[in-house]
Design a protein around this ligand. Structure first.
Ligand SMILES: Nc1nc2c(ncn2[C@@H]2O[C@H](COP(=O)(O)OP(=O)(O)O)[C@@H](O)[C@H]2O)c(=O)[nH]1
Ligand SMILES: [Mg+2]
Length: 418
């Protein structure tokens, strides 16, 4: 899903919109760009969000010695503890989740990297301890800087929900409203969201449908929290280069291990269509990671300019002449090393618009080929594809590089040797 800042602001209730628009206006151009690039480029998959948040957490400077507290509030059994568990960083801090109302009796809080997340008991008067829990829920909300108000899509907004909502909004904190368990909605989700919004006196887009169970659509929540605190925007912005490099590294390793398998086919390895296509798809993926998507045919053209097909062919001829390395191993190693080098080159290209010198690319290819050959040497016989892919992936995971660093070093080495 792609979000824009206007869509994001419009997804907030009117009072919160006003509160956060002021923060947005106070951001520097760099900070705004950082936030927009996240909105444009970050997939909302839960694992990737976790990765980004984990990286950004290192950059949060707690100016006042404390992180923001974000409280998850709402009626009993709507999935507050389930959502809390999606945000926490340490699995051992997980909250108990159950279909029984009243499972969460006391508020509890944990590190969510960018902020402190607070789980609360139901802010409604259900169950034997209802009144007390309701009070505890409200107290926790009062102590928080930001509220995530959760309702159940199946349950909808009835009198009880409306009372809870009014009480929470009355605290005057910035908040988002989410409609959870969207995965269970059988009828049109848009209609369900619209009804809930109308009952709450909000516009449909001001209610965010999510599934806490599946981790769906958490990005808008995270972004709303981020613009409530410029420090968080700055932290996310600082984490972006490392985050992108890591994504690029992962997709490069996947493509490179696939390339090794493709090279087992008894055909010439370079300029071999499946290999070229795999590499082009990888380049398309990397272009998206950097928020600068290109087409497959453009990716093929860009890939060709790195000259790695030629470098690979030359290397193959040189090493074949030396003898000693089985043909399949040589093909596999060269196919995956040219792919990984191409991934580096593409990442650097999209990151800085910078081109690595052909000589540096060739050196990298030679070095990776040698590494892969030595780590696959123990296999002895020609392995099947599944085993080969796993072993190449393992070998590449162990390489201590990130796309940019490796390429930077190689460029520097090439300069120095001249
Ligand atoms: N299908 C589905 N079930 C959910 C979701 N979120 C929570 N649940 C279930 O709803 C029940 C109540 O969840 P819990 O997190 O304990 O609610 P809380 O009382 O608000 O903390 C549990 O059985 C959860 O597994 C969701 O997004 N989808
Ligand atoms: Mg709970």
């Amino acid at each position: 899903m792609q979000l824009s800042i206007n869509e994001l602001l419009e997804s907030l209730p009117p009072t919160t919109q006003r509160q956060l628009a002021a923060t947005w206006a106070a951001l520097s151009p760099d900070e705004r760009e950082a936030l927009l690039s996240i909105l444009r480029g970050v997939p909302s998959e839960r694992q990737l969000l976790r990765l980004l948040v984990g990286m950004a957490a290192a950059h949060v400077k707690t100016a006042f010695g404390r992180k923001q507290r974000v409280a998850i509030v709402g009626p009993t059994n709507v999935g507050k503890s389930t959502l809390y568990n999606q945000f926490i960083q340490e699995p051992q801090a997980a909250a108990a989740v159950s279909p029984l109302p009243g499972t969460t009796r006391l508020p509890q809080e944990a590190e969510a990297g960018l902020f402190i997340v607070v789980d609360t008991p139901g802010a409604d008067a259900a169950g034997a301890y209802g009144a007390l829990e309701c009070q505890r829920g409200l107290d926790a909300a009062r102590a928080a800087d930001f509220l995530i108000i959760v309702f159940d899509a199946g349950q909808g907004i009835r009198r009880n929900e409306l009372e809870v909502f009014t009480g929470l909004v009355g605290l005057g904190k910035p908040y988002v409203v989410v409609l959870n368990k969207s995965d269970l909605v059988k009828r049109d989700l848009a209609a369900v969201t619209q009804e809930a919004a109308a009952s709450l006196g909000l516009k449909p887009e001001q209610v965010i449908p999510i599934s806490a169970k599946d981790g769906t659509n958490l990005l808008p929540i995270l972004m709303a929290i981020a613009i409530s605190e410029p420090e968080l925007v700055a932290a996310l912005g600082s984490a972006m280069p490392a985050y992108r490099r890591e994504l690029a590294r992962r997709s490069t390793i996947t493509a490179a291990s696939l390339a090794a398998v493709i090279a087992l086919a008894p055909l010439p390895i370079v300029d071999f269509v499946p290999l070229v296509t795999t590499q082009a798809i990888m380049v398309v993926g990397i272009s998206r990671i950097y928020g600068r998507p290109i087409s497959l045919s453009m990716a093929k053209e860009l890939a060709a300019t790195f000259g790695l097909g030629f470098a690979g062919r030359t290397l193959f001829q040189e090493l074949s002449k030396l003898g000693g390395v089985p043909g399949w191993l040589l093909s596999a190693a060269i196919a995956s090393s040219t792919t990984i080098v191409m991934g580096h080159a593409a990442a650097l290209w999209f990151e800085h618009g910078e081109r690595i010198k052909p000589e540096a690319l060739k050196q990298m290819t030679e070095r990776f080929t040698a590494t892969i050959i030595s780590s696959l040497w123990g296999l002895g016989q020609r392995p099947n594809g599944v085993l080969l892919k796993a072993r190449v992936e393992q070998a590449l995971e162990a390489l201590p590089f990130t796309a940019g660093d490796e390429a930077d070093n190689a460029a520097r080495a090439a300069d120095a040797s001249r």
